[in-house]
Design a protein around this ligand. Structure first.
Ligand code: PBG
Length: 323
């Protein structure tokens, strides 16, 4: 045998030397769930280790993360039921929970990167990402709401707005609204290939944002498709997206790779709530080694081609690196 690949695996020093992919805390964006009130820190039952924070405790959490090296955050609000309506009006109230949080984070931590979610569902009495008329999701009227929401977030201090709604034309519309209002520096991270996935279950529990009727299959993508992701990527790029995202991550590593190979933009992947919950549940039962699975899955997402990983593991990973 002339070729013996095992030579390059002989010792840890050699293995480290030939390692192709490594993770750093800089790769991560940490999602945060935000609720009303004060001094709240309520664990999401299906996501051990992940809490819903009021603004004051969220600031403490941001401080703890920054301390361990995580400096990018993606907050998501849980909106009081009485503030929800058909048109998600609360989503562009500058005094609402979410813009207030953005201002507070930026005032206390001007150097963190804030990636804010643009979608109607947490504010919609229908629990959908678009306006619902006679059971149908109305695309173009929804763009108006998304534009106002993105502008409100930019005015509050968001660095990057991240439309996660999957309406057609939203990136272009948001870009136009931001530019017309002088926010040409605010970037757009588009949820480019967002699939209609059962992996979002724990997130919808955390925010109480599940659709009241029907499902999201007329706007989120069919998980059987990958070429369709290229169409979305092409449109988002033409419309001015600064980042493309694939969501979920683990069952979609092929899609991450596909976008990586077909775009020069940074590619983000969202390691979603259900992916986190599966690891935590099996680890709690003692069926898998949670820490090793965390490292293996996060590395696989990066190996597939993601530059950026949104993950509920971000803080735990940073703490793991420190010890
Ligand atoms: C909503 C949104 C969802 C997630 C992020 N933004 C849920 C959905 O589309 O129903 C899911 C994230 C996760 O599961 O971790 N626009």
């Amino acid at each position: 045998m002339i070729r013996r690949p095992r030579r390059n695996r002989q010792t840890e020093a050699i293995r480290n030397m030939v390692q192709e992919t490594s993770l750093s805390t800089h790769d991560f964006i940490y999602p945060l769930f935000i609720i009303e009130g004060q001094n709240q820190r309520v664990e999401v039952s299906s996501m051990p280790g992940i809490n819903r924070f009021s603004i004051d405790t969220a600031l403490e959490e941001v401080a703890a993360c920054v301390e361990s090296g995580v400096k990018a955050f993606a907050p998501f609000p849980s909106i009081n039921e009485r503030l929800k309506d058909k048109y998600a009006t609360e989503s562009h109230n500058p005094e609402g929970l979410f813009p207030t949080l953005i201002r507070e984070i930026k005032r206390n931590f001007p150097d963190v990167a804030l990636v804010t979610d643009v979608a109607m569902d947490p504010y919609s009495s229908d629990g959908h990402d678009g306006i619902v008329i006679n059971g149908e999701i109305i695309n173009d009227e929804t763009l108006e709401v998304l534009g106002k929401m993105a502008l409100t977030q930019a005015q509050a201090g968001a660095d990057i707005v991240a439309p996660s709604d999957m309406m057609d034309g939203r990136v272009g519309h948001i870009r136009k609204v931001l530019d017309e209002n002088g926010f040409h520096k605010v970037a757009i991270m588009s949820y480019t290939a967002k699939y209609a996935s059962a992996f979002y279950g724990p997130f919808r529990d955390a925010l109480d944002s599940a659709p009241k009727a029907g499902d999201k299959k007329t706007y989120q993508m069919n998980y059987a498709n990958s070429r369709e992701a290229l169409i979305e990527a092409e449109l988002d790029t033409l419309e001015g997206a600064d980042y493309l995202m694939v969501k979920p991550a683990l069952s979609y590593l092929d899609v991450i790779k596909l976008l990586r190979e077909n775009s020069h933009l940074p590619i983000a992947a969202y390691n979603v709530s259900g992916e986190y919950a599966m690891v935590k549940a099996a680890a709690q039962k003692g069926w898998i080694d949670g820490e090793k699975i965390m490292l293996e899955t996060l590395t696989s997402i990066k190996r597939a081609g993601a530059d950026i990983i949104l993950s509920y593991f971000a803080k735990e990973f940073a703490q793991y690196l420190r010890k």
